[in-house]
Design a protein around this ligand. Structure first.
Ligand code: FES
Ligand code: FE2
Length: 342
């Protein structure tokens, strides 16, 4: 049970949802952004500081226990996190080890930061506010595969709920309407029947269609009747990976890891791997990716109610929505949405 006092200040989630969401792992920063100085991040309304020492990465609440100054304003000195205001030194485990104004005096044991477990994977720093013991990180093994090129676009921030963003990533009926400047074809709106099956930590959808994944202008690179397979693997609650099967056994893998800053703000990290065009410049990949996300952002930020409705009767579903129906059912099965706040 989560102690009532541990909810973040100004928590925008229903407490019952926060209790469940806090058990999972989420990316909160890029590994390469945390070098010799602390940085801040916010997850599920909890303000965090991330810093690196010779002991590795540490994540803690971003508040000095002396006078409430964010520790991300401080610096790492001699392998310790030092507060900007009065210079209290904290160890990599969050324990205060030096009060410079009274160096000989004993240090109260309660001068110990609330810390969280941390993992580095896929170029990202992940944490879990409630410990994460019972949940794995999503699988993205191509990140370690020498046959693949690893690509790390900037994160995309949305004024939207993570569930809405995730469902948009899984939606296959919007390509012909929203992605007309990137890869979608407004003359090809039909969604063929496809299957959704349960997996250990989510659901899998296998979608076969003639919608090309090549950017507009390059779409004749594929044989005219080529059938594009898109495999979506959802890891509840807010991560999914998409594997697009290109001609000649090409594979493009996109991890959509939606990190809930609050109930209304989401930061999407999307590491990409591909086993083709590995010598080609990355600028066009970044450009294409940002444009696709920008097309989605306009719609997802406008949707309301802002929370993803988990009560299935709240919105109308069509056959093309099989993945999102399974997604909503999966989130409900986690216990989310018992208090509907939108
Ligand atoms: S507020 Fe951090 S040392 Fe005083
Ligand atoms: Fe989209």
């Amino acid at each position: 049970m989560t102690d009532q006092l541990t909810y973040p200040r100004g928590c925008t989630f229903a407490e019952s949802d926060w209790d469940i969401l806090s058990q999972f792992w989420y990316p909160i920063a890029f590994s390469h952004h945390v070098k010799d100085q602390p940085i801040s991040a916010t997850l599920l309304d909890q303000r965090l500081v991330i810093w690196r020492t010779t002991a590795g990465l540490s994540v803690a609440n971003d508040i000095c226990l002396h006078r409430g100054v964010p520790l991300s304003m401080g610096q790492v000195q001699s392998d310790q996190l030092v507060c900007k205001y009065h210079g209290f030194h904290y160890s990599s485990e969050g324990r205060c080890v030096l009060i410079p104004s009274q160096p000989g005096a004993s240090i109260p044991p309660k001068l110990c930061l609330k810390t969280y477990p941390v993992k580095e994977a896929y170029g990202l720093i992940w944490t879990s506010l409630a410990g994460g013991e019972s949940h794995p990180l999503p699988d993205f093994f191509e990140w370690e595969d020498a046959d693949y090129q690893q690509i790390l676009p900037n994160a995309v921030d949305l004024n939207a709920a993570a569930g809405r963003q995730m469902e948009g990533f899984l939606d296959v009926a919007h390509f012909a309407w929203v992605h007309t400047e990137t890869f979608g074809d407004s003359n090809n709106p039909i969604v063929p029947r496809y299957d959704v099956t349960p997996t250990a930590n989510g659901v899998r959808a296998e979608y076969l269609s003639t919608v090309s994944n090549f950017p507009k202008g390059l779409q004749d690179l594929a044989p005219a009747d080529f059938q594009w397979l898109r495999v979506f693997d959802v890891y509840f609650p807010f991560t999914a990976r998409l594997t697009v099967h290109f001609p000649d056994d090409g594979r493009l893998c996109i991890l959509n890891a939606a990190s809930p800053i609050s109930a209304r703000k989401t930061r999407v990290f999307c590491p990409i791997c591909r086993n083709f065009d590995r010598q080609m410049p990355l600028e066009p990949v970044y450009e294409f990716n940002y444009q696709v996300f920008a097309e989605d952002k306009e719609v997802v930020e406008a949707q309301y109610p802002e929370d993803l409705p988990l009560e299935l009767l709240a919105e109308v579903h069509i056959r093309a929505d099989r993945t999102s129906i399974a997604y909503r059912k999966g989130l409900s099965a986690l216990g989310l949405g018992t208090v509907y706040t939108a």
